[in-house]
Design a protein around this ligand. Sequence first.
Ligand code: ATP
Length: 228
Amino acid sequence: MEEKLMQIELKQISKMYRDDFQEPYHALKEIDLSVPAGEFLAIVGKSGSGKTTLLHILGLVDTFDTGEYLFENVSMKKKSKSFCASYRNKKIGYIFQDFALVPKMSVFDNIAIPMYISNKSKTNIERRVRELSFDLNIISLLKKPVYQLSGGEKQRVAIARALTMKPNLLLADEPTGSLDRKNTENIIDILKKINREGTTVVLVTHDEDVASRCERIIRLEEGKICNI
Ligand SMILES: Nc1ncnc2c1ncn2[C@@H]1O[C@H](COP(=O)(O)OP(=O)(O)OP(=O)(O)O)[C@@H](O)[C@H]1O
């Protein structure tokens, strides 16, 4: 039988935050985590338990101190910032907790940013942005500047931008954080569809209902994974 590809393997990952004014803070402690390709995983835990820190490491947004991180069997240990940025742009879609959109730019340009960075052709960019905007029901917003959008609309733009490069892994930090029940259901349905189409999805959530709709749940407590 063919062995299933591991999207992510973390082995004994630890992370300390250090600055000049405070004692070092041990945010993640010897995390072991394997995520097979195609899984839909939720990370839950109290505020301050290390969820965003873990997602940042998975998304190559931040580094770790000790341990090993394999992404599709490739080691991510001690890679340069430029390697991480280019690898992330090709392979990983990241939906940030605060969306990280550019407020004065149009919805079209925000979605297209990863393709501009990769020097994709104008025709390809136009086709991909329209395709995603259709799926996410934001076609009518393409010319609007992002600052004029509602929270739910911004969320859908952030999802579209994370999907522009057809990533193998989609990471979402509180993707339903500021949304009402109806919009929350809508976003979960979108993420489930993306997952069914083959993308591995890892999301962080406070919402137990959202977590219960995922395939597997892991819980963080004071920087450690505790079994549930
Ligand atoms: N840059 C930093 N410098 C120092 N400490 C930090 C830094 N970022 C996070 N921390 C600390 O690390 C711990 C974990 O933070 P993290 O943001 O990962 O938690 P979280 O579980 O995502 O919390 P929340 O649910 O509130 O977003 C917290 O105690 C936080 O104060």
